[in-house]
Design a protein around this ligand. Sequence first.
Ligand SMILES: Cc1cc2nc3c(=O)[nH]c(=O)nc-3n(C[C@H](O)[C@H](O)[C@H](O)COP(=O)(O)OP(=O)(O)OC[C@H]3O[C@@H](n4cnc5c(N)ncnc54)[C@H](O)[C@@H]3O)c2cc1C
Ligand code: FES
Length: 581
Amino acid sequence: MTIEFDGRPVPAEPSQSVGAALWSAGIRSWRTTRIGGAPRGIFCGIGACFDCLAIIDGKPGQRACLAAARPGTVVSSGLGGAPGSARPATPPARSKAFAAASEARARSEAPNRSGALAAARHDVAVVGAGPAGLAAAATAALAGCRVVLLDSAPAPGGQFWRHREGEAGNHGYRDWSVFSGLRSIVEERVDYIAGATVWFAGAERAPTSQPGFALHTAAGRFEAERLVLATGAYDRALPFPGWDLPGVVTPGAAQALLKGSGVALGREVVVAGAGPFLLPVAVALADAGIRVVGVYEAGDPGGYLSRPGTLATAAAKLGEAAGYAAALARHRVPYRVRRIVVAAHGTGSVSGVDIARLDRHGQLVPGSIERVRCDAVAVGYGFTANLELALSLGCSTRVGADGGLAVMVNADGQTSVPGLFAAGEVTGVGGALLAVAEGELAGAAAARVVATEPALSRRELAALRRRGARLREFAEAMHGAHTVPAGWTAWLEETTIVCRCEDVTYGRIVQAVTDLGASDARTVKLLARPGMGWCQGRVCGFATANVTAMLCGRAVRPADLAAFAHRPLAAPVPLGDLAQG
Ligand SMILES: Cc1cc2nc3c(=O)[nH]c(=O)nc-3n(C[C@H](O)[C@H](O)[C@H](O)COP(=O)(O)OP(=O)(O)OC[C@H]3O[C@@H](n4cnc5c(N)ncnc54)[C@H](O)[C@@H]3O)c2cc1C
Ligand code: FES
């Protein structure tokens, strides 16, 4: 099929995203930033960063990485010409024929089933249909609860089991049988609503005066006695000179393009950052025939050996890592540790990166920089939890072993708010298997009051809790081996962009602290505007909080991180929906 981009035809495949179709056609950027006029295209690939905004079928501010390409979809950069141009956007006029076509499409896509479901009150609502949310919904439903499962994505599976719409087979995904089992329970017993982003969640009192929760989505308002948040995470990025060049993306974006749309990130790709997630990304790219120039890991997997007891209980994880190592060797992809991307170069799009060595303390080794040629880079340092809904409902948080903020829960996923549970990456990054275990525990706990029968026997519960604790311990060892390098701020230059949305440079943050006297991240945000753009600090929050702490000569505080995680609305919402909500 064909879509239209700035008046020219672009080929697209069914179930590809608009962003993936543009990327596949070699279009790397289609908007410019508000202040600096810098080109932006795909960066996070999963809807967190807002870099890929476009005018789609006449609607401005659409995330091209989330929007499905359909025959006749009309995409405009709003630049009135060449993508990457620095001219500010003026939305093009809609032709009458185009307006009629897109309105007809909007009518045919209007939520159908969800209208009636939204009116009914459920026992348990689950937000997020990734490994944790699917497990929670299935467990609560098997206990006899009436469950609604709401998810932004067009298909269940979350980030781990991301697949193309309508795809049913295995396609080499890990633990696909677990997914198939959960999906069939959900299909049979759960009111599952795809494409339903919850933009606001509130604690409410129902007519029965039972405490409950109300969830606002474009598909309507849903109420439930109990709520499980399984909203997952997105890649954590650190700034470096040139990281905003088109072609520099997160590993999650590389994965989403490939798994979700069958599109290759580039021809010669560098995979870098920290964490075991770099391995499946590099292997998936290499398996797809892309030349992976190298995997550059900032941490040191030797760090796992400092916790031999934990390793002994994680035979499956070791087997998985060995499988990836063998695949990299087969594809002749070098895996180099204590290496870091310190700069990206290129005109219009990335054409090479500088890789430097790190010493045992995470500091740059002087004179160790080497230039590596590539046409795309996937770089990320673990994940940041999607906390908006949890924070707006008042959940207490903690700083996890990876230095990020996470929802505080007990062993069964109970948060500090009665009736509200959380599971998966939102409670601390630990991988899909841990997310499933936590989802089952949270689903069982949420069902306990309202269910007709216990979701799990005492023995099953005890075994699940032990399994969850073991996997969480392994996750902590993992974070110890793949930390954000202590010296990462050394490669920032005065002109390095820290906030991609608002073009805030490192120099402006230094100025806010040293000249204007800011001593916490919130004040830096108010004075220099990092975190005030489209993504509301999702991308620049961790970096700004840490840079602020470093400039103030102290460790980062939870309040610094929280300054960028509180968002009254979890997603952009049209004024009409807001008025109705
Ligand atoms: C981009 C990306 C790719 C990844 N790929 C891999 C991989 O290949 N292999 C691997 O081992 N690990 C991978 N991971 C790590 C992986 O996320 C976890 O191990 C696992 O998926 C966590 O499960 P989860 O259920 O906690 O969260 P997720 O799988 O992230 O699921 C969360 C779900 O919540 C939905 N959601 C979030 N906010 C809202 C809202 N407001 N309203 C409605 N829905 C919402 C999201 O759409 C998503 O479907 C990836 C992570 C990311 C970010
Ligand atoms: S990067 Fe989006 S607000 Fe800073």
